[in-house]
Design a protein around this ligand. Structure first.
Ligand SMILES: NC(=O)c1ccc[n+]([C@@H]2O[C@H](COP(=O)([O-])OP(=O)(O)OC[C@H]3O[C@@H](n4cnc5c(N)ncnc54)[C@H](OP(=O)(O)O)[C@@H]3O)[C@@H](O)[C@H]2O)c1
Length: 323
């Protein structure tokens, strides 16, 4: 399949009767996480509050978190930030199917703990973090989520890291309860295009499931600030990732040059172009991580314009090897 192109997508309905979100959100894995990222070293709570406020000021009012991010700290930070604003904010969080969570009661209890940290009565989107089956099967898990929708504590249900088949199965279980599957959150960027070839993107379209694209900037590589000709190295665990090594950076030179050229045409940055490319696929909501106000406002600038179909195709061509 060639990559679909759809200009002018600015908002997405999570479900036909559910919340509407902008076609771009903010990922908050790095918020409070000192293990993979370097929270407390090169950015602090004050930077994250500024990122939160800058996103809202730019109209980006959708935030993705998870109970496991920073061992609950990401949800706690968001909870505190939410207390400081009046405007509506859509929150997505995730349930992790740990082996000892064998009874559907665990879903209710885990959601209660997330809602407490977030200081909310309901979340807009509750996602299963990974398709792991230990002692609770998928049907029981999905039914437990559906019960939370019926109780009004969850507005829409999603899954994450599900294959095309796993997504279709979850969709079927939810349909039995009259509930749509809102999203499948998967890794998708110009440097990670597998969902175009493994059936996930096609099947999501058939089933009317939105894609939340995680790591949409390839953890910073697509911003252009890490390059073979530069000495800047990333903080945290990315130092060990071969993609950030000299040879890894050399392999993406043409991609970065192409992003830069398109960025100059539109008076944008490479990060904004990389995110706009995903938005223009249609039905795809990138959720870039932002550690400060500058990154948050820049990423929000991926909304409100569209590259041309020719530019979209050009970027698809130079990233063909990452499909
Ligand atoms: N469901 C899952 O299993 C799963 C897995 C991974 C991620 N996620 C979600 O997806 C979100 C985003 O993914 P991600 O954080 O892995 O990767 P990403 O969004 O591709 O990259 C984020 C990193 O890129 C850098 N950056 C962001 N905007 C920038 C800008 N405008 N200019 C320069 N640098 C910029 C920042 O790091 P530096 O400044 O340090 O370079 C930032 O932490 C996560 O926060 C999380 O919500 C979900």
């Amino acid at each position: 399949m060639t990559t679909p192109f759809q200009a002018d997508t600015q908002a997405i309905a999570l479900t036909p009767d559910g919340p509407t979100i902008p076609a771009l959100g903010v990922g908050t894995w790095a918020w409070g996480d000192a293990f993979f990222w370097s929270y407390g070293k090169d950015y602090t709570e004050a930077d994250l509050l500024a990122a939160f406020q800058a996103s809202l000021a730019a109209g980006v009012n959708f935030f993705d978190t998870a109970e496991v991010y920073g061992f609950g700290e990401s949800e706690r930070l968001l909870g505190r930030f939410l207390q400081q604003v009046e405007q509506p904010v859509a929150i997505a969080t995730k349930y992790f199917p740990l082996p000892w969570r064998w009874s559907p009661k665990a879903v209710a209890e885990t959601l209660t703990a997330s809602l407490d940290r977030l200081q909310l009565d309901a979340v807009d989107l509750y996602q299963v973090h990974w398709p792991l089956d230990f002692f609770m099967g998928q049907k029981d898990l999905i039914n437990a989520l559906a019960n939370q929708v019926k109780q009004g504590r969850v507005k829409a249900v999603g899954v994450s890291n599900y294959s095309a088949q796993q997504m279709a199965t979850a969709h079927g279980y939810l349909a039995e309860r009259g509930i749509p599957l809102a999203v499948n959150q998967v890794q998708y960027s110009l440097l990670h295009r597998n969902i175009e070839t493994n059936g996930v993107l096609d099947r999501a379209r058939e089933l009317d499931v939105n894609i939340l694209a995680y790591s949409p900037l390839a953890q910073g590589l697509l911003t252009g600030k890490y390059s073979a000709s530069d000495t800047q190295k990333p903080e945290g665990a990315r130092k060990l990732n071969p993609r950030f090594s000299q040879s890894g950076l050399t392999k993406i030179e043409l991609v970065l040059q192409t992003l830069q050229a398109i960025a100059e045409t539109h008076d944008k940055t490479p990060a904004q172009v990389a995110l706009n490319w995903l938005i223009c696929v249609g039905g795809v909501v990138p959720i870039p991580g932002a550690k400060n106000a500058r990154q948050a406002s820049q990423n929000a600038g991926a909304l409100g314009w569209s590259m041309s179909a020719t530019e979209h195709e050009q970027l698809a061509r130079v990233t063909q090897a990452w499909r």
